[in-house]
Write a protein that binds this ligand. Sequence first.
Ligand SMILES: Cc1cc2nc3c(=O)[nH]c(=O)nc-3n(C[C@H](O)[C@H](O)[C@H](O)COP(=O)(O)OP(=O)(O)OC[C@H]3O[C@@H](n4cnc5c(N)ncnc54)[C@H](O)[C@@H]3O)c2cc1C
Length: 400
Amino acid sequence: MDLLPPWATPARLELQQQARDLARDVVLPLADELDPVKGEMPRELVEQLAARGWFGITIPAEQGGLGLGVFEYCLVSEELATAWLSVASILARGQGLGTQVRDDARREDLLKRSAKGEWIGSIALSEPNAGSDLAGVATTATRDGDDWVLTGHKRWAGNALAADFIEVLARVREPGPDEPRSAGLEPFLVVKDRGTFPDGMTGTAIDKVGYHGFLTWDLVLDGVRVPATDKLTGLYADEGSAEDEGGFASVQRGLNIARVHTAARAVGLARAAVADTTAYLQEREQFGHPLAEFQALRFELATMAADVAQARAFWCQVAHLIDEGVPCESEAAMVKLLATEMAVRVTSSAMQLHGGNGYTTERRVERYWRDARLTTIFEGTSEIQRRIISDRLLPAARRT
Ligand SMILES: Cc1cc2nc3c(=O)[nH]c(=O)nc-3n(C[C@H](O)[C@H](O)[C@H](O)COP(=O)(O)OP(=O)(O)OC[C@H]3O[C@@H](n4cnc5c(N)ncnc54)[C@H](O)[C@@H]3O)c2cc1C
């Protein structure tokens, strides 16, 4: 499924082809081997992504990145997700994440490392009691001399053990009576060695239904010390971010990019399910005919393909809006909602059209279905996207 005008340019088509080749030749065999045993993607694969510059797609060329946009970031991610969702997701742990330190020289150095895939992180926003309601984050950061001391409980931190750093959202003070509940929440950079947790932090891997390829961690922080210089100005490298609006506002802006990125990943999963189903309908015979001859199944496949194409067109548009600097929080929520719900529907139909073989680990369609199921939950659930959209259509609802 190539890009169509007006989005297609020779450079984008070439990038798409590179990502498609790597997905087919390298990622897919690894996913087939490792996903059934809940294995992690090997370091050599991460190095192959890094060698192509894909941890720095959105980092300016002056800092060693590819200097491209959210569009290209989504384009590569869609292709990788056709093979293994987690490989598309690991790219989000570069792209300048964990570089928003105040010292210019250090920020420059970290950006260069991020672009090279030498500064790959983990994001620890969520907590056992703060998921959709991130303003309810209860992890505290207390100043002690030249350090901040972090104490609390984080949940769902993907890639935390393998990471070079963990971004931790913590409360530095209680909100004032006239402030939003998010006031006082700030992101901190916990620098660490790969393969270990820092002093004061213990981690337990969460046993998930899918999304294998990297581990997802429950983290207990008991007095983790962070130098004052490592309180960040914002979670994401973004124009005009942070200082004046506070760290929480920049977290929200970064979530917009994360939402369109999730939409693109969901399209990748659904595309793969359509491709496998197209092949299966021609391969499998019942009642003396290939399944592909039964009109009901042909029409179902046609609907699946149309749904994928629609979601694809929508993420292209929203990524373009973000790259053009057009405010599009509502559209980012819409594309996340529609593309991920579409991926759940399409991968489920793909399993149905595979019959009993679809419900085995012998076929990839079960992996696409398990991974698609996550996309309506993480990066803000479907209900939260509907809340964002409806809040822009209607007067604010009375909430307790
Ligand atoms: C595999 C996986 C990986 C993840 N990776 C990360 C990560 O790397 N870093 C990180 O910080 N977090 C991560 N998350 C956390 C993820 O973002 C949260 O799970 C998600 O935001 C939902 O929060 P919750 O699980 O606490 O559900 P809850 O917020 O408890 O929601 C439960 C249900 O209530 C609904 N709901 C909640 N509030 C409302 C409302 N106001 N109106 C209507 N419905 C509502 C939700 O939509 C949902 O259906 C990950 C989660 C998973 C499962």
